[in-house]
Design a protein around this ligand. Structure first.
Ligand code: GAL
Length: 969
C-alpha cells in the first residue's frame, strides 16, 4: 500500500492562512486589548501532540505559565542554540525534524464593553518565532510564519462578548520559515513580541501611507488611506483630504541630525490615527547618496535585538538605551540586521534621529554549505514566501522618516525571488533606494554594498576604479552607484583595529555613503555555570551539538549594555566635530551633514603632567556642515607657569551647550589635544653605586640576588617575580581570526606561550649589574639574547634591556616587554599617559593623554571570551600603591605600555569565560615596548602593515622606584 508522504502544515513553503493583508503599524484611538502577560504554557519536544488543548473547556490547570512576550528557552524549556551559518537541522527544505520543540499557549480574556459594537476584532501578533497556529474559542483562525513580522487575524465571528474567550496558540520552533531565518544569532522561539486584540471600526483607517517629500525648504504631503479621511497637521495649518497632494511652502526637513517631526492626525468619523510626519527626500544623484539634497555619511552600526536575559524580547527601555547610547557615541545610522526590529524602535529612531536601513527578515546563508543547491532565493516554489516577507516589512514600516533604505535581507545568495522582491518594493515605494549585499553584481539594487571589504578594495571602490564585472552593462550600472559597507570593523573581543583608515576612505569620496560596524551588542546570555557563577553564555554553553562558539559575542557593547572600549574608539573616529592640533591652535571641522556647530561649546584645559593649570572657553565661528576653521588658543591656554616641569597639554573638548533629548548639556562630543611640549624636570644626578650586603647587591633602590641577578626588592617593595622578557599575550579573537588563521598556531608552534629562561652571565661592576640571559621555547633552536643592565638612578633604579632575536622569525611577535610580579595589595594604579581605557597600536582612539586612576579590577576589560585586554598605552609614569599610598613607581623611557592583572597571561589564555579568572595571589605586571596590533581578522582584514610587531633587535628602558606613603614622605 502506498502512502502519501507526510507533510505538516508548517512545512508548506507558504503556510500563511487566514492572515489579513499587511498594513502600517499605527497609533490609533480605536480600542485595543493588550494580551501580554502570563499565559498558560505546555512544552513538548515534538510537534505532533493532539490538538485537544484548543477546546475552550480543556483543563490547563496542570500547565505551567510563561510570560508573553518571551522566548521559552529562556524560561527553562529546551535550550538556546547558536549557529552562525549552518542550520541546526538537516538541509532538507522545506522539511524540519520530528524533534520540533513546540509550545502550546492558552489564555482567556473578556472583551471590554462595546468592543465589538460596529467593529471587527483583529488579533495582532507582533512577532512569533517561528510558526504559529491560532484558535479562538476552539475554532481554527489561521497559521503563519515570519518570526519578526506581524500577523493579523480577523477573529470577530469567533468571539463572545458576554463571557470569557479562550485564545489558544501552538508555536513550533522549526518550520519552512526557519530556512529563511538563518541569521547569525541564537535560535530562540515563542511569542516574543506583544499580542493585542484590536478593535477595527467599520470604515476605519486600516492602512495609512504617508508620502512626505522635501525640496529646498518646501514640503509635499500626501497621505493615502484605505478610506477617505481628513489629514490634519495643525502646525502647518493643513486640513485636507487624504489622497490629495498638499504643497507646504515652508517646512523644516527631517534628518538624523535634526529630526524634525510634525504631529499629524488622520481622521474619519470612527477613527483617529496619530502620526509623526518627517519631510525628507532620499535620492541618488550622479552616483551619490543624498537626503534633502545633501550627501550624507552613515556612521552606522548593525543592530540585532538583544537582551542578555530576554533574548530578542527586548523592552522599550532597552530600545531607548540603545538609541541614547548610539546618539551619545556619534552614531547616526542603524542597519536592522537582519530583520525588522520591534516597531517601537523605529519610532525612537524617528524621534531621536537615526538613519535606518530596514532589512527584511530573510537569510538563507546555510545553503552556502551545500553550494547553494535549492536556495529559496532562486527557487520558484519559494517565490511567494519571500515576496510575503518583503511586503510585510515595507507595509509595516513605510511611514517612518528614519527609514531611508529597504534591504531585501542578508546573505541569501542570488536569484529571481530577490529580483521579484525588489521589483515589488520599487512599485510600492519608489521613495527609498533598495539594498542587498549578497549579489555583488547588484542587478536588483540601487546601492553597491559590500561587507568586510579590505581597505585596499574600499580605496578602489571609492574612486570608482574597482575590478570590473564580467557583464559590461552591469558593471557600468554598479560603477555608477553609491557605495556602502553594510558590515565592517568586526567588533569581536578586543578591537577592531583599522577604524580610522576606513573612516578616512569613507570621507575621501562622495561615492562612499559610509558604513555599519558589525555589530552593536554582544549576544551573551546570562547563565549560571556548573559552579554556580554568573557568566555570559555563548555557543556551546547549552551543550549544542553544532555551534559557533563565541562568534556571537562581537559587539560594541557588552551583553549588559556597558560600552566596550571599541564603542569609545568608534565615537572618537566618527566624531562629527573634529578637533586637531594645527599651527599653534586647533583646527575645528564640522563633519555633520546637515547641522552647524551652533549649540556646541568648545572648551580648553591646560594641564601639566595631567594636573589642571587653567581652563576656558574657545570662541569658534558657527561652522556650517563641511566647514572648518583654524582657531588660535588664547594666551592663557599656553601660558605655562615658569617653575613648572613636565608635559604640557591643552585638551580641547566640544560639548553640548544645552540639553538635547538624547544627552544633557556638557556631554562631550569629541576631544582633541595640543602637545605644548615638556618643561624639563630635574633629572637625578648620577646613580647611587654598588653596595653589597651578604649575598645581595644593591643599586639605588634595587636589591638583587648577586648569583642569579634577580631583583628582590625596590626599596621596601618586594618583587615576587623579577622582570623577565615576555613575548606572549592571550590571543585576541582577532589574532585567531579567519584572515590571520595561521598566526596563533604559528605563535604556539614556536612556543611564545612557553618560553624558558637560561641565565648566561651575571656581572657586577661598580655602577651596574649586567645580567645576560637566553630566552627560548622548548623544542626549537630559535631564541632571544637578552641583556638587562641595572643601574642606580638617583634614588631609583634604571633597567636598560637589549633583546636580540637569534633567528629570523616567520611571524610578528605577540608582544615585546617585561613581565614582573608584585604583592597583591599594590592594587591602586595611577598613571600619566593615555587613558582612561585600553589602547593598542591600532585602537584606543577614544583615549587621551592625562592622569588617570583605577583599581586593578577596573583595569580589566571583561571581554565575554577572555583574551588580551586592558593595556594602558603611552604611560610616562605609573604608581602601584597600597591603601596607605605606598608602593612602586614605574617610569617609561620615555613611555611604556602597562598591564596589571591578578592572573597570569597563561590563565587568561586558558579561560573560556571571564568569571573563571581567579586571583593568583599577586599582581602580574607587563611593561611593554610594543604589542602586535589588533586588526579585524575575526571577520575582515588583519592588522594593517604599520601596526605589526616585527621581530627585530630592540632596546628599551624603565625606571623603578619606591613610593613611600604620603605620611612618611
Ligand atoms: C556577516 C553576517 C553577519 C555576521 C557577521 C559575522 O557575514 O552578515 O550576520 O554573521 O558576518 O559576525
Amino acid at each position: 500500500m502506498s502512502r502519501e508522504a507526510r507533510v505538516q502544515w508548517f512545512e508548506d513553503r507558504y503556510p500563511i492562512r487566514g492572515v489579513r493583508p499587511a498594513r502600517a503599524w499605527l497609533q490609533s484611538d480605536a480600542p485595543a486589548l493588550d494580551l501580554s502577560g502570563s499565559w498558560r504554557f505546555r512544552y513538548s519536544r515534538r510537534a505532533d501532540l493532539a490538538e485537544h488543548f484548543v477546546a475552550p473547556g480543556h483543563d490547563d490547570t496542570a500547565w505551567d505559565t510563561l510570560p508573553v512576550p518571551a522566548h521559552w528557552q529562556l524560561h527553562g524549556y529546551g535550550a538556546p542554540a547558536y549557529t552562525n551559518v549552518r542550520y541546526p537541522f538537516p538541509v532538507d527544505p522545506p522539511f524540519v525534524p520530528d524533534d520540533n520543540p513546540t509550545g502550546d499557549y492558552r489564555r482567556t480574556f473578556r472583551l471590554p464593553v462595546g468592543f465589538l459594537a460596529g467593529s471587527r476584532a483583529v488579533l495582532r501578533f507582533e512577532g512569533v518565532d517561528s510558526a504559529l497556529k491560532v484558535w479562538v474559542n476552539g475554532s481554527a483562525v489561521g497559521t503563519s510564519v515570519g518570526s519578526r513580522l506581524p500577523d493579523e487575524f480577523d477573529v470577530t465571528d469567533l468571539l463572545a462578548d458576554d463571557r470569557e474567550n479562550v485564545l489558544a496558540v501552538r508555536v513550533h520552533q522549526w518550520s519552512s520559515g526557519s530556512y529563511l531565518e538563518d541569521q547569525d544569532m541564537w535560535w530562540l522561539s515563542g511569542i516574543f513580541r506583544e499580542v493585542r486584540l484590536l478593535s477595527r471600526p467599520a470604515g476605519g483607517l486600516d492602512d495609512v501611507f504617508v508620502h512626505a517629500g522635501y525640496s529646498d525648504g518646501a514640503g509635499t504631503l500626501r497621505i493615502d488611506t484605505s478610506v477617505l479621511a481628513r489629514v490634519l497637521v495643525p502646525e502647518l495649518g493643513i486640513d485636507a483630504a487624504t489622497g490629495t497632494e498638499i504643497g507646504v511652502s515652508h517646512v523644516e526637513p527631517w534628518s538624523a541630525e535634526v529630526p524634525r517631526l510634525y504631529d499629524a492626525e488622520v481622521v474619519t468619523d470612527v477613527e483617529r490615527v496619530r502620526l509623526r510626519v518627517g519631510f525628507r527626500a532620499v535620492a541618488i544623484v550622479d552616483g551619490v547618496f543624498t537626503v534633502n539634497g545633501r550627501p550624507i555619511t552613515l556612521r552606522g552600526v548593525n543592530r540585532h535585538e538583544f537582551s542578555p536575559d530576554r533574548g530578542r524580547a527586548v523592552t522599550r527601555d532597552e530600545m531607548l538605551t540603545d538609541v541614547l547610547l548610539m546618539k551619545r557615541h556619534n552614531i547616526n545610522a542603524v542597519r536592522t540586521s537582519h530583520y525588522p526590529p520591534h516597531p517601537a524602535f523605529l519610532d525612537l529612531c524617528d524621534e531621536y534621529g537615526l538613519w535606518v536601513l530596514d532589512e527584511c527578515d530573510l537569510e538563507t546563508h546555510g545553503f552556502n554549505v551545500v553550494d547553494w543547491r535549492n536556495n529559496p532565493s532562486d527557487d520558484p516554489l519559494w517565490a511567494e514566501a519571500l515576496a510575503d516577507r518583503m511586503r510585510r516589512t515595507v507595509e509595516r514600516d513605510k511611514n517612518h522618516p528614519s527609514v531611508i533604505l529597504w534591504s531585501l535581507g542578508n546573505e541569501s545568495g542570488t536569484g529571481k525571488n530577490l529580483a521579484a522582491m525588489a521589483a515589488w518594493v520599487r512599485e510600492r515605494d519608489g521613495s527609498r533606494p533598495i539594498h542587498y549585499e549578497h549579489d555583488w553584481s547588484c542587478p536588483d539594487v540601487d546601492v553597491y554594498s559590500r561587507m568586510y571589504a579590505s581597505h585596499t578594495e574600499v580605496a578602489a571602490i571609492a574612486t570608482r576604479s574597482e575590478e570590473p564585472l564580467a557583464d559590461a552593462a552591469l558593471d557600468a550600472r554598479r560603477r555608477g552607484m553609491p557605495f556602502v559597507q553594510c558590515e565592517y570593523a568586526h567588533a569581536m573581543g578586543n578591537g577592531p583595529g583599522g577604524l580610522v583608515e576606513y573612516q578616512e576612505l569613507f570621507e575621501s569620496s562622495p561615492r562612499c555613503m559610509g558604513g555599519f560596524v558589525w555589530e552593536w551588542i554582544d549576544h551573551g546570555l546570562r547563565q549560571r555555570d556548573p559552579d554556580g557563577r554568573e557568566r555570559f553564555a555563548y555557543g556551546g554553553d547549552f551543550s549544542e551539538p553544532l555551534h559557533d562558539g563565541n562568534f556571537v559575542a562581537d559587539g560594541l557593547l557588552f551583553p549588559d549594555r556597558t560600552p566596550s572600549p571599541s564603542l569609545h574608539d568608534f565615537a572618537a573616529v566618527i566624531a562629527q566635530v573634529r578637533i586637531e592640533p594645527d599651527d599653534g591652535g586647533v583646527r575645528i571641522s564640522n563633519r555633520f551633514d546637515v547641522r552647524d556647530l551652533g549649540g556646541i561649546t568648545v572648551r580648553w584645559a591646560l594641564e601639566i603632567d595631567g594636573l589642571g593649570i587653567a581652563r576656558g572657553v574657545l570662541t569658534v565661528p558657527t561652522l556650517g556642515p563641511g566647514e572648518s576653521a583654524l582657531v588660535p588658543l588664547p594666551a592663557e591656554a599656553t601660558r605655562v607657569p615658569a617653575n613648572s616641569a613636565g608635559e604640557c597639554w591643552v585638551t580641547v573638548t566640544a560639548e553640548l551647550a544645552h540639553d538635547e533629548p538624547w544627552a544633557p548639556a556638557g556631554h562631550v562630543l569629541s576631544r582633541g589635544q595640543v602637545d605644548l611640549g615638556a618643561r624639563p624636570r630635574a633629572e637625578p644626578v648620577g646613580g647611587s653605586g654598588l653596595t653589597r650586603v651578604g649575598p645581595d647587591v644593591t643599586f639605588g633602590a634595587g636589591t638583587f640576588d648577586a648569583a642569579s641577578g634577580r631583583l628582590l626588592r625596590v626599596g621596601a617593595v618586594e618583587l615576587l617575580g623579577s622582570p623577565q622578557l615576555d613575548l606572549w599575550r592571550a590571543p585576541t579573537d582577532n589574532d585567531s581570526g579567519a584572515a590571520s588563521h595561521w598566526l596563533v598556531p604559528t605563535w604556539r608552534g614556536l612556543g611564545f606561550d612557553r618560553l624558558q629562561h637560561r641565565l648566561v652571565a651575571v656581572e657586577v661592576t661598580d655602577d651596574a649589574l649586567m645580567v645576560r640571559e637566553r630566552v627560548a621555547p622548548a623544542g626549537t633552536d630559535i631564541g632571544f639574547a637578552v641583556t638587562f643592565r641595572w643601574s642606580g638612578h638617583g634614588e631609583a633604579l634604571r633597567l636598560d634591556v637589549d633583546v636580540e632575536p637569534q633567528r629570523e622569525l616567520p611571524c610578528p611577535l605577540p608582544r615585546l616587554g617585561l613581565r614582573l610580579r608584585l604583592p597583591r595589595h599594590l592594587d591602586r594604579v595611577e598613571w600619566f599617559g593615555r587613558g582612561p581605557g585600553e589602547a593598542y597600536a591600532d585602537t584606543g582612539y577614544g583615549t587621551w593623554v592625562g592622569r588617570f586612576r583605577a583599581g586593578v579590577d577596573a583595569m580589566q576589560t571583561p571581554y565575554v571570551h577572555p583574551q588580551e585586554n586592558g593595556n594602558r598605552a603611552g604611560v610616562r609614569w605609573a604608581t602601584l600603591t597600597d591603601a596607605a599610598g605606598a608602593g612602586l613607581r614605574i617610569e617609561g623611557v620615555p613611555t611604556v605600555d602597562l598591564t596589571v592583572r591578578r592572573w597570569s597571561t597563561e590563565q587568561l589564555d586558558a579561560a573560556r569565560h571571564t568569571v573563571e579568572l581567579t586571583d593568583e595571589g599577586c599582581l602580574f605586571v607587563n611593561l611593554d615596548v610594543a604589542q602586535h596590533g589588533i586588526g579585524s581578522a575575526s571577520c575582515g582584514p588583519g592588522v594593517l602593515p604599520g601596526y605589526e610587531l616585527t621581530a627585530a633587535a630592540a632596546s628599551f628602558a624603565v625606571v623603578l622606584g619606591e613610593l613611600r606613603a604620603p605620611a612618611e614622605r
